[in-house]
Write a protein that binds this ligand. Structure first.
Ligand code: SAM
Length: 211
């Protein structure tokens, strides 16, 4: 998987463009100004750069060193501070708690999706937000990008089951048809799942695992 993403990002330009994901940008006001935010599966770093320039203290996590090196170079050129976390999400050991967790289009196998959501939830401060966009299983009917393997797509019912069992306030959890214009990688009509949840209180890891 890392090799595949390294190959995809080994290009002059940025596969998903240099502008932040629109849904993330539109909802940045949920986050406390200058708070601590991590972007998961951040690739070449378009959201991280945007958030850092907006004044947030930003970390970018990804499995692809090629993607992260492009981000680091751009951040240096633009005199923007971003902390890089080069790791698989499965091996991520969060450094403290975050005020915001951001994720756009991290294509995890179904067997790993729930763990990613639970780990994200545990890594948020009380009152922190998880804001994300994923391709839904219906993206298979569109030609605008994303995996052609249903196992790497997200099902709204699964997300609803996960978040409705957590002490969080769900601001948005829906599937929508949108038009993507994100570099060469995402272009055209797409079926996405959009998530905005606020953590209400901490729960024990063991309790989460038993859900
Ligand atoms: C479609 S790209 C999206 C990149 C970025 N979020 C964006 O929207 O521009 C998916 C990213 O998820 C990363 N990724 C996929 N599986 C991962 C995993 N298990 N752990 C960490 N990163 C992963 C890939 O390396 C890639 O950078």
């Amino acid at each position: 998987m890392q090799e595949m993403w390294n190959k995809k990002f080994d290009r002059e330009d940025f596969l998903y463009g240099i502008n932040p994901n629109i849904f993330i940008k539109e909802n940045v006001s949920f986050l406390k100004p200058r708070s601590r935010v991590i972007c998961l599966g951040e690739g070449e770093g378009r959201n991280a750069l945007y958030l850092a320039k907006e004044g947030f203290r930003v970390e970018a996590l990804d499995a692809s060193d090629v993607g992260l090196m492009k981000l680091q170079k751009k951040a240096l050129e633009e005199e923007t501070a971003i902390t890089i976390r080069h790791t698989l999400i499965e091996n991520w050991e969060p450094h403290g708690l975050y005020d915001g967790i951001i994720c756009s289009f991290m294509h995890l196998p179904k067997s790993e999706q729930k763990d990613m959501f639970l780990k994200s939830f545990l890594s948020l401060q009380n009152g922190g937000y998880f804001i994300a966009e994923f391709f839904s299983v219906h993206q298979l009917q569109f030609q605008s990008g994303g995996p052609k393997d249903e196992n790497l797509l997200y099902d709204l019912k699964d997300l609803y089951t996960i978040f409705s069992n957590l002490p969080c306030k769900i601001y948005k959890l829906c599937e929508e048809i949108t038009t993507l214009d994100e570099g060469a990688g995402h272009k055209g009509e797409a079926s996405v799942i959009r998530v905005i949840v606020k953590k209400e209180r901490q729960v024990l890891n063991e309790l989460l695992q038993s859900h």
